[in-house]
Write a protein that binds this ligand. Structure first.
Ligand code: 6MZ
Length: 358
């Protein structure tokens, strides 16, 4: 029953990298377009890998999405797949890439993603989609700067959709502090910041990045002392009420947590800190948002009411305006009686405090 419940639950996805979310189905389409047949692109369910091997997968996928048509196709398919999984609000993030041999520039890349989002809007899919541009920490500050400039440009011309900037990429490479001026520049122009923080222990950069402060944190796996973090990191996150985007399967497969029992979700959830369940890379990690909710339920003994409150309170942390959040809450309210009836239960709205809207 919990499986069906998680599938029917309206959901919010706030941490999904476009190229990591590519399904096997889409990979097949891309392979046939490029007249290749190669099956090294997919992960088998339940398999494990090191974080390095995950990054190798992204590199392989990038070889398939090296022109604007494939970027469009991937984005379009990913939105449809989240829609089929009952995701009502989706924030995608992606690293604008240039590929000289196909003529794709970073700007054309973003245009292709936005075109796919517009197409889905024109199809009246029941899903709101926003975009964050990712700064890959491996690519250095000047590309980071260029990415922020692009985000500002599209924010001005397409302000509804481009809502923020993400700092991501291999956490073992570079120093996140180098990007602080670039991130401040983004924030000063009204873009929201979601930062991958402490996905692996990172004592040097964490405090400075936390003090920006970001609007949301991706992973935060090693913030707390039990995970080789520091109490002062925890205090700062709590003081700023910075929501955490938590990705169970990703952290398990990438081996940044020893097992799910020791996943940081428990630590933050018990503190009633805003936690948002996310997929990270649903393609590479062979998962879906419904499956992530199910996994959270079975690992942390969450009941349907807890899952309901988690999905509803995730709206508070979205990077959209208050009016759009109200519309989403209304949607949840409307479908609640149907879900209660179908599963013969009463969903309690109180208990887990909903947090301030960011
Ligand atoms: C850090 C990650 C990530 O941007 O080409 N990415 N960065 N940690 C993770 N945890 C596993 N998962 C994905 O999507 C792929 C890119 O997203 C970032 C990496 O930079 C990866 O190359 P896009 O759409």
């Amino acid at each position: 029953m919990i499986k069906e419940f998680c599938e029917e639950l309206p959901k919010v996805e706030l941490h999904a990298h476009i190229n990591g979310s590519v399904s096997e189905n889409t990979i097949e389409k891309l392979l046939s377009r490029k007249q290749k047949s190669d099956h090294q692109y997919s992960f088998k369910k339940g398999s494990t890998a090191t974080l390095n091997e995950c990054f190798e997968k992204f590199r392989l996928i990038h070889q398939l999405t090296d022109d604007t048509d494939s970027v469009y196709q991937v984005t379009y398919d990913v939105i449809h797949e989240f829609h089929e999984d009952n995701v009502k609000y989706l924030e995608l993030r992606s690293t604008p890439r240039e590929v000289p041999k196909t003529g794709m520039t970073r700007e054309l890349y973003v245009e292709a993603v936005l075109r796919a989002i517009s197409k889905c809007e024109a199809e009246n899919l029941d899903i709101v989609v926003k975009l964050l541009l990712s700064i890959d920490r491996r690519n250095g500050i000047s590309v980071g700067h260029e990415t922020v400039k692009l985000a500002q440009k599209f924010q001005a011309s397409d302000g509804e959709r481009v809502v923020g900037v993400d700092l991501s990429g291999d956490p073992n490479v570079g120093d996140g502090r180098d990007f602080i001026p670039v991130l401040k520049e983004a924030r000063d122009s009204g873009l929201r910041l979601s930062l991958h923080l402490c996905e692996v222990p990172a004592l040097q950069e964490t405090m400075d990045l936390l003090c920006l402060p970001p609007d949301r944190i991706g992973h935060g796996t090693c913030l707390h002392p039990e995970a080789r973090g520091r109490q002062e990191f925890v205090d700062t996150v709590i003081n700023h009420k910075t929501p955490l985007e938590l990705c169970l399967t990703s952290n398990l497969i990438g081996q940044t947590v020893p097992d799910l029992d020791n996943h940081q979700f428990r630590f933050w959830y018990e503190k009633q800190h805003p936690c948002i369940i996310c997929t990270d890379d649903k393609g590479v990690f062979s998962t879906s948002l419904s499956e992530e909710y199910q996994l959270a339920a079975s690992t942390f003994d969450l009941q349907p009411s807890d899952l309901w409150r988690l999905s509803l309170s995730s709206i508070d942390s979205a990077f959209c305006d208050e009016q759009s959040k109200e519309k989403l809450r209304e949607k949840w309210k409307l479908c609640k009686p149907q879900i209660e009836k179908r599963f013969n239960l009463k969903l309690e709205s109180s208990g887990y405090q909903t947090q301030k809207s960011i």
